[in-house]
Design a protein around this ligand. Structure first.
Ligand code: ZN
Length: 168
């Protein structure tokens, strides 16, 4: 079980130079955040930071496997995930987002990496996950094909809605 406390780094107390952190995420990590619709099978997170006086440069690397529902047959499948991100944290006086990649935090406050790890994990997921050809559940595909065939005769109310949406 991962303790979220482990993700808090007292940046002010670190010596200048390079520091690395490694985390192995499992699904208990996700319990601390909003519902995601997937489970972690195994995800490694490597964080490297370079501290230089009051500026800390972070490199995050998220890599592993998650279980997601296939977008075609809805059965669970294993999806490989990978994401890299860089972030600069300035030790200053307040909590502020100076830009998308530069944060300021109060100098003496611990820096919590957990929300970032969660964000980068979310970003590591492809928009669409589908089984390899032939690996979808054939029964589900049959049911879905029937369903989508009958859906093709569209409800006229939907057409009206589409018109509305297109006008915007
Ligand atoms: Zn599938």
């Amino acid at each position: 079980m991962e303790k979220l406390e482990d993700y808090k780094v007292p940046l002010h107390g670190l010596k200048d130079g390079v520091h690395t952190y490694n985390f192995n995420l499992d699904s208990t990590f996700l319990e601390h955040f909003e519902e995601t619709g997937f489970d972690i099978e195994q995800v490694e997170v490597r964080v490297e930071l370079i501290k230089n006086n009051k500026t800390v440069e972070f490199s995050f690397q998220v890599k592993g496997k998650v279980n997601v529902p296939c977008n075609r047959c809805l059965e669970k499948m294993v999806q490989k995930v990978k994401h890299r991100a860089k972030l600069i944290v300035k030790l200053g006086e307040q909590n502020a987002e100076l830009s998308e990649e530069i944060l300021e935090i109060p100098e003496l406050e611990d820096f919590d990496m957990a929300p970032l790890v969660f964000e980068y994990l979310m970003l590591s997921l492809p928009i669409r996950s589908v089984h390899k050809k032939g690996e979808c559940d054939p029964k589900m595909i049959e049911i879905l094909n029937k369903y989508s065939a009958s859906e093709e005769k569209t409800d006229p109310r939907w057409d009206d809605l589409k018109k509305l949406l297109n006008n915007n």
